[in-house]
Design a protein around this ligand. Sequence first.
Ligand code: FAD
Ligand code: NAG
Ligand code: NAG
Ligand code: NAG
Ligand code: NAG
Ligand code: NAG
Ligand code: NAG
Ligand code: NAG
Ligand code: NAG
Ligand code: NAG
Ligand code: NAG
Ligand code: NAG
Length: 578
Amino acid sequence: MGKPNTTLVVHSSRVFLLLVFLNVSISEASPTAESVYTSFLQCLTNHSNPSDQISNILFSQTNTSFSSILQAYIRNARLNKTSTPKPLLIITPLQQSHVQSTVLCAKTIQIQLKIRSGGHDFEGISYVSYHQPFIILDMFNFKNITVDIQNEVAVVQSGVILGEVYYRIWEKSKVHGFPAGVCATVGVGGHLSGGGYGNMMRKFGLSIDNVVDAEIVDVNGRILDRKSMGEDLFWAIRGGGGASFGVIISYSIKLVQVPEVVTVFRAANTVDQNGTEIVLQWQQVAPQTDDRLFMRLLIRPVSSNVVKGEITVRVTVVTLFLGGADELVTLLAKEFPSLGLKKENCSEMTWIDSVLWWANFGNDSKPDVLLDRNIDSASFLKRKSDYVENPISKDGLESIWKVIKLGKIGLVFNPYGGKMSAVSSNATAFPHRAGNLFKIEYSVNWDEPGIYIENNFTNQTRILYSYMTPFVSNSPRRAFLNYRDLDIGTNDFGNNSYEQGVVYGMKYFNNNFERLVSIKTEVDPENFFRNEQSIPVHPVLDSGASTSSAEKLLFSSLYRKLIINLVIVLFLILELFI
Ligand SMILES: Cc1cc2nc3c(=O)[nH]c(=O)nc-3n(C[C@H](O)[C@H](O)[C@H](O)COP(=O)(O)OP(=O)(O)OC[C@H]3O[C@@H](n4cnc5c(N)ncnc54)[C@H](O)[C@@H]3O)c2cc1C
Ligand SMILES: *[C@@H]1O[C@H](CO)[C@@H](O)[C@H](O)[C@H]1NC(C)=O
Ligand SMILES: *[C@@H]1O[C@H](CO)[C@@H](O)[C@H](O)[C@H]1NC(C)=O
Ligand SMILES: *[C@@H]1O[C@H](CO)[C@@H](O)[C@H](O)[C@H]1NC(C)=O
Ligand SMILES: *[C@@H]1O[C@H](CO)[C@@H](O)[C@H](O)[C@H]1NC(C)=O
Ligand SMILES: *[C@@H]1O[C@H](CO)[C@@H](O)[C@H](O)[C@H]1NC(C)=O
Ligand SMILES: *[C@@H]1O[C@H](CO)[C@@H](O)[C@H](O)[C@H]1NC(C)=O
Ligand SMILES: *[C@@H]1O[C@H](CO)[C@@H](O)[C@H](O)[C@H]1NC(C)=O
Ligand SMILES: *[C@@H]1O[C@H](CO)[C@@H](O)[C@H](O)[C@H]1NC(C)=O
Ligand SMILES: *[C@@H]1O[C@H](CO)[C@@H](O)[C@H](O)[C@H]1NC(C)=O
Ligand SMILES: *[C@@H]1O[C@H](CO)[C@@H](O)[C@H](O)[C@H]1NC(C)=O
Ligand SMILES: *[C@@H]1O[C@H](CO)[C@@H](O)[C@H](O)[C@H]1NC(C)=O
């Protein structure tokens, strides 16, 4: 190539200029962190008293505390990467009025609002958004809890963690508890709105079966309780997820009575011992037995200690019995003989110690470990879920073991029955009740960063999930909302929002989906409260006469881009003549 001629240089610099201008015009169409911070602060100030010191609850991207605030409630290392989309702003309200004005201002500024409580969402959708710029409303300061033993109720704010719920109840009574999840740092906001299950579910049902009232900030910035929100919305925020409907401020929960002594045990076998026999019998017993008995089954690939270098499958029965060891051993000798449980395998303890035992705190931990929010759990996680309605045959199990041995994915079988079957499937938005023997959680945690490793593990979960198809529920294949899994469908809030919503919505909510859509359409017709798997609004209103503000926004930004580009083109044409 010879010496470049000057015209070409001029031209290429013009093309460069054009590209720069185009870029500027494109980025102008979407809000910058700075502009959002400025207008948000202005709007919040407008909506509050000077004594509120509103600027103290806003963290801009340039604030030195921004990363630590963001990371404090990230519980999945997979969503803690530099490449993970970041919020333009984090708001950390200290009182209800802050939540109210945040909702109003996010609406005015037309920015997507993500709501976070405990941050345990398995796909991080409380603090990540893939399609739109967003800000986070972080509820961690809403950690008040008042326990009233006399009336056996408690009021629990959404930023409370489950460990705090258990601890504050135990502080006041040794014979009361609450049925909710096992992991102490899970947040009330996401856990209860999505259902909430734990090792007392067969006796007392889900957390939502024990919720008696709630406070929520709606899309108009009003604070509503059960009475003022009405039974429809109250129904929806028990299992339908809070994030489609508003910001949950608190739930009022009914406490349950637990015995002074409960019993736990953990019994491990491999499939080359009696493991397959145990799983076969477990499927008959665990969903039908005494309501006070919850036997979780963990199924994992492990190195064989019989044949060196071989992989086998270990099945572990992890149990809580709301009663004494003698009664449990007698019961299981009769119902579950293949387990061969002896009294020496059991530990009797108080209910609060069983909470610590289930959460894998060390033997001499004191209950106050339940108050610790600063866990450093940096594992990478992926989860999926399924429901099983018919027992899996011996051949079926043996074929599943073969697939499990090839990878690193574990299965957790959680038995249903008891109270879970007694509550009708439309009593709350959570639909998976009678007819389900157990729920499967697909579970893998890993600690090495890297996109190849990540794809390898997530691919493995999909392969196993696909293999399980003939053994699990179908049409629709069901899933548990709190085991968030974006593989089963997502929403981009476009013209097909409703159709997209049907795909994951039927799996999570089955026959309750349409009622959720109606309630959503009623309380939030413009779909302000949205996320990758939120409840869509009804399609008729979606494409109807009134243009939604999102469409207006899209239109005005396209229009702006068009004008800017026209000006640039004119400018370039003019320049050619000079
Ligand atoms: C280690 C671990 C153990 C778990 N164990 C269990 C278990 O034993 N049983 C069980 O049922 N589940 C369990 N889960 C799942 C857990 O219940 C869900 O992830 C739940 O949604 C977490 O609630 P959160 O407030 O911590 O999550 P977040 O990530 O803060 O929120 C989850 C969802 O709820 C929305 N949300 C949060 N707060 C509010 C609010 N105040 N108002 C409106 N919407 C809100 C978010 O926008 C998001 O969509 C576990 C998860 C993890 C990571
Ligand atoms: C705040 O209030 C002022 C005066 O009422 C108004 O001009 C301005 O537009 C408001 N700003 C926002 C972001 O709401
Ligand atoms: C960060 O934000 C907080 C809350 O708004 C504020 O108090 C603090 O001064 C800010 N710090 C910096 C360095 O900007
Ligand atoms: C997120 O990353 C930071 C460092 O960038 C680290 O300190 C923190 O422990 C990580 N958290 C999780 C859950 O991975
Ligand atoms: C928590 O309770 C205290 C004492 O009643 C109150 O001052 C505070 O505002 C409450 N916090 C929230 C977030 O409601
Ligand atoms: C019970 O304990 C004995 C002795 O430690 C052990 O050999 C046996 O495997 C245990 N049984 C179960 C079901 O865990
Ligand atoms: C295995 O299960 C069979 C059938 O239930 C039972 O008879 C046997 O005792 C069990 N064996 C062991 C080693 O637990
Ligand atoms: C914890 O207690 C169990 C029995 O309850 C016992 O088998 C185990 O060895 C103890 N572990 C430690 C670390 O003390
Ligand atoms: C649940 O469904 C039954 C019939 O299947 C109906 O009678 C009842 O009204 C429904 N309950 C609610 C809360 O929708
Ligand atoms: C995961 O699956 C995708 C799609 O099937 C494939 O392209 C990719 O190579 C796989 N990656 C790994 C690491 O297995
Ligand atoms: C994951 O990596 C392992 C080796 O580490 C390999 O054997 C396996 O085939 C990979 N799985 C997938 C789904 O790519
Ligand atoms: C949505 O539908 C409208 C009207 O049918 C159409 O003009 C528009 O291009 C569609 N938008 C998208 C993102 O598909």
